[in-house]
Design a protein around this ligand. Structure first.
Ligand code: ITT
Length: 201
């Protein structure tokens, strides 16, 4: 079977992509399967730039088609912060959430969106990138134990649960990651035959 590498060490992302790829004739690996991967600095100024940097580095290192996910939370009242710095906003998930709620204390505008950029790299080149989003609000306090990152404080529009409370399958249908992945999969299906024998190992 052909395989593709997702250029991440975030096990939650790997899990979500594994479910999104279910039914496709491809095996998913991640950088967790390549412990020697030296890592790469996310020096881009946008989600797409950082996704491209990560996809390219993984494709070159692993010598197979790769895609990367750069994602984060943009909060309206914070002029889009933490944005591409969502992972670097504080050291741990609970600290990131505490800092965000502190920054939004007394703020009535709780509007926010999750953004996910996916870049695909093949044969040592980035061929395309895609962006998906999901809009919603930041809750006053964390709710739910599921998911990762900012999930317990993000409530998507038209739902009364946070991503932390929601059935993970539902999150994985309506999320920024699902939206970007759908665009990427359409592109692969329509424009390329990357999942064919050429890339078998
Ligand atoms: P890789 O770079 O190895 O993929 P990372 O976790 O550092 O792992 P990013 O640089 O893309 O990934 O940072 C994304 C951060 O944005 C992530 O650590 C979370 O804090 C947040 N985030 C992204 N998607 C999320 C989601 O679905 N739910 C909750 N938080 C999310």
């Amino acid at each position: 079977m052909a395989y593709i590498v997702v250029a991440t060490r975030n096990a939650h992302k790997v899990d979500e992509y594994r479910k999104l790829l279910a039914g496709q004739n491809v095996e998913l690996k991640s950088l967790l399967d390549y412990p020697g991967f030296p890592g790469v600095e996310e020096t881009g100024k946008s989600f797409r730039e950082n996704a491209s940097i990560k996809a390219l580095a993984a494709c070159r290192y692993c010598d197979v088609p790769a895609f990367a996910d750069d994602s984060g939370l943009e909060v309206e009242a914070l002029d889009g912060r933490p944005g591409i710095y969502s992972a670097r906003y504080a050291a741990t998930d609970p600290e990131r959430i505490a800092k965000l709620l502190e920054e939004l204390k007394g703020e009535s505008n709780r509007r926010a969106r999750f953004v996910c950029a996916i870049a695909i790299a093949i044969n040592g080149e980035v061929i395309e990138s895609f962006e998906g989003e999901v809009r919603g609000v930041i809750t006053e306090a964390p709710r739910g134990e599921g998911g990762f990152g900012y999930d317990p404080v993000f409530q998507p529009d038209n739902y009364d649960q946070t991503f932390g409370e929601m059935d993970p399958e539902l999150k994985n249908r309506i999320s920024h990651r699902a939206a970007a992945f759908k665009l990427a999969l359409n592109f692969v299906e329509e424009e390329m035959s990357v999942l064919n024998d050429d890339f078998d190992i």
